[in-house]
Design a protein around this ligand. Structure first.
Ligand code: SAH
Ligand code: SF4
Length: 425
């Protein structure tokens, strides 16, 4: 084994975990390649939130196995949520190519150690080789694993287990070490991040954590994902305003604009509560961008319920919405509810809402034209650079002087579509 590839299907938590796996491969002197075809060992980090991503995993494993049968490589590792719920199927598809199934919802770090010990049966660790990865501008840091919320549609509590917060000192040490390595932006992660600390007996754990991380010297930008509206309070927003490094972007998944559907989803809040928080955000952070997640076609969603979601989207004027058609997940209460919506209606609702959201996104982005914003440069290709403004919008810009990843550049926004901003430094 000389080369490895990592294919990531899932969320930011998976990206963090993949980064940890990557470090282990580096430790064993393996070189990263970008395609399965070139790899001696491939790690698929899977996602089970929707059926489609699960199917994608299974067909990728099948493809890797067909390569293995022809060329004797790559060996396959499957990590992530699908590994926990589809062990039999994966084994059936991967057959002899399977090197390791990294399953269970033990903490990421235990599974990373498991990979280390599996690899050490075949290879010698060589800590001095290849140790330095690409310079990273931003990094994810998980603060709470698992979820206690049991939303009726969601498989996450079954694959990731109960909430477990990391001790605050562990988080602070990890952030400090990343900042020392030159990381400029930290994104704290948790399925239900504003529940941070509850299991450690702290009621204000989340805001205290933000305050502490926000004070770390040389950290330029702080973000977090994903807060739950049920535990999001006006008081929280007000305290956030005082954290200078905290970026003005709120990702607050609403899921539906109908109280009937929110209740069937077991989300634990009403549309009114959600709108009240949004109002506070708009008052305290007038410059902020606001994004959300929405599910259409949840069981029993009538035309009227759907209209309420449309109205909410129009009222809030989200910068962006991640909209998904409801997907049945095994062993979740919603999967066996009466009143399932037919696929055609789900698709129609999805497309309709996407169209509305895209129009709003375009208007929102156009409002940035003419303004100058600080961009954290992530990537430079030829005379084009890419990066994000504090509101987390992606900017593609040209610069009359040299810029490098990690620089903060002031960029005049000259154009926008519904996804990007464009400008000149
Ligand atoms: N913990 C976060 C996000 C979890 S999963 C939260 O509570 O919002 C990310 C998104 O996937 C969810 O916000 C939801 O919009 C979507 N999702 C989860 N389960 C789904 C399902 N069964 N069908 C369709 N979308 C789903
Ligand atoms: Fe899933 Fe709900 Fe937990 Fe989010 S809060 S991970 S949607 S159960």
């Amino acid at each position: 084994m000389r080369t490895f590839a990592i294919v990531n299907f899932g969320c930011q938590m998976n990206e963090y975990e993949s980064e940890k796996f990557r470090e282990v491969f580096y430790d064993f002197g393996l070189v990263e390649v970008s395609s399965i075809e070139e790899a001696d060992i491939v790690l698929f980090n899977s996602c089970a939130v929707r059926e489609k991503s699960e199917q994608k995993l299974i067909s990728s494993v099948g493809y890797a196995r067909s390569l293995y049968e022809k060329y004797g490589r790559p060996y396959v590792i499957v990590a992530g949520c699908v590994a926990s719920i589809k062990e039999r199927k994966i084994k059936e598809v991967a057959r002899d190519s399977l090197f390791m199934l990294s399953k269970g919802y033990e903490l990421i770090y235990e599974r990373v150690n498991e990979l280390r010990s599996e690899l050490s049966k075949y290879l010698n660790a060589n800590n001095s080789l290849n140790k330095v990865g690409v310079h990273r501008v931003f990094a994810y840091v998980p603060v709470i694993f698992g979820c206690n919320s049991f939303c009726a549609y969601c498989i996450v509590p079954a694959t990731k287990g109960r909430e477990k917060s990391r001790p605050i000192n562990e988080v602070l040490d990890e952030v400090k070490s990343l900042v020392d390595q030159g990381v400029k932006e930290i994104v704290l992660l948790g399925q239900n991040i504003n529940h941070y600390g509850y299991d450690l007996g702290k009621q204000e754990g989340f805001i205290e954590l933000l305050e502490e991380v926000g004070r770390i010297p040389n950290l330029k930008r702080l973000r977090y994902l994903t807060p739950h509206p049920a535990y999001f309070t006006k008081e929280l927003v007000k305290r956030m305003r005082r954290i200078n490094t905290l970026m003005p972007h709120f990702h607050l998944p609403v899921q539906s604009g109908s109280n009937k559907i929110l209740s069937l989803m077991k989300r634990g809040y009403t549309k009114e509560h959600y709108l009240e928080i949004i109002e506070t955000i708009k008052k305290e952070f007038p410059e902020a961008s606001i994004t959300t997640d929405i599910i259409v076609g949840f069981p029993n969603e009538s035309e009227e319920d759907f209209l309420e979601t449309i109205n909410l989207v129009k009222t809030v004027q989200f910068d962006k919405s991640f909209i998904a058609a409801y997907s049945k997940r095994p062993n979740t209460p919603a999967a066996t509810m009466e009143g399932q919506i037919d696929p055609k209606t789900k698709k129609e609702r999805l497309n309709y809402l996407l169209k509305i959201q895209n129009e709003i996104s375009l208007e929102k982005n156009k409002a940035y034209i003419g303004g100058t914003y600080e961009v954290l440069v992530e990537n430079v290709k030829g005379n084009k650079a890419f990066g994000r403004i504090p509101q987390d919008k992606l900017v593609i810009f040209e610069s009359s002087f040299e810029v490098h990843p990690g620089d903060l550049a002031n960029v005049l926004i000259t154009d926008a579509d519904f996804i990007h901003l464009r400008g000149k430094a």
